[in-house]
Write a protein that binds this ligand. Structure first.
Ligand code: NAP
Length: 249
């Protein structure tokens, strides 16, 4: 059965990685998908399913407001747009920090805000799904702006759920571990570091964008009708336990 039949779903960061996998699965589940990304839709060559295109930089408040106000109806939103912006506390500068916050935190907030206004105006009990990270729950070295931004999305998800719950709009998130997408391409040749990173996941392998998209489509669907304010780990067990584990038996 198609879980998302005739639902209209906006996906940001739609031309790559997890966002593109969400577009594919939403279309396969019967949804009408508006695929938004900051680049030219003509370059979205990986999106080989029917969809509408929207060019949108989520960190541009006026652009987000104008683009979403132009949508008559929305049942679902997936905030998959995001950037890394690597650097430790010593390496980060204010400009880079601010850029990561602008895209990851402010961008997600703006899309939640204006998309929920469309849902409220049409009395639609919609579903919003944000992209956190396992590193939004735990600390880690060398990526301070990204990790802090993902922690903020965790809290944004709870607070937006609190603001919108009485209207029947659900707001949830997923928290992926290491997923093989263009964002993590730099790990492909990282040798022992990559092996150690994989070993920190209980399932001892990286995840795939399709595995995250399946969890997102569940949260979008009516099957998740009593779930809001939650962040679902899709992290191969990364946040479930510290590894290596000591067996004292
Ligand atoms: P990705 O392949 O790099 O895709 C991210 C997409 O967002 C790209 O198409 C990117 O466009 C777009 N984007 C960047 N800045 C934007 C902006 N200002 N406005 C609109 N779109 C923008 O990354 P991914 O791995 O699919 O990640 C998707 C989400 O999952 C991100 O929020 C990421 O933090 C999160 N996540 C990923 C992992 C992982 O291991 N991959 C783990 C945890 C969480 P450009 O290509 O032009 O930059």
């Amino acid at each position: 059965m198609n879980k998302l039949t005739e639902k209209t779903i906006l996906v940001t960061g739609a031309s790559s990685g997890i966002g593109a996998a969400v577009v594919r699965q939403c279309v396969q589940a019967g949804a009408i998908v508006i695929a938004a990304d900051r680049d030219d839709p003509a370059t979205h060559t990986g999106l080989d399913v029917p969809h509408q295109n929207l060019t949108l930089d989520v960190s541009d408040a006026a652009a987000v407001q104008a683009a979403i106000a132009g949508l008559k109806h929305l049942d679902g939103v997936v905030n998959a747009a995001g950037i890394v912006g690597q650097g430790s506390l010593q390496q980060i500068d204010q400009q880079k920090w601010q850029h990561v916050m602008d895209v990851n935190v402010t961008g997600t907030m703006l899309v939640c805000k204006y998309a929920s206004e469309v849902m409220l105006a049409t009395n639609t009990q919609g579903s919003i799904v944000n992209l956190c990270s396992a590193y939004g729950l735990t600390g880690g070295p060398g990526n301070i702006a990204y990790n802090v931004s993902k922690s903020a999305i965790w809290q944004l998800t709870r607070c937006a759920a609190a603001d919108l719950g009485a209207s029947g709009i659900r707001v949830n998130a997923v928290g992926p571990g290491y997923i093989e997408t263009p964002m993590t391409d730099m790990l492909k040749n990282a040798g022992a570091f990559r092996d150690q990173f994989i070993a920190m996941h209980l399932l001892k392998r990286p995840g795939q964008a399709e595995e995250v998209a399946t969890a997102i489509c569940f949260l979008l669907s009516d099957d998740a009708s009593y779930i809001t304010g939650a962040t679902l780990p899709v992290d191969g067990g990364f946040t479930a336990a510290h590894v290596p584990m000591v067996n004292l038996g």
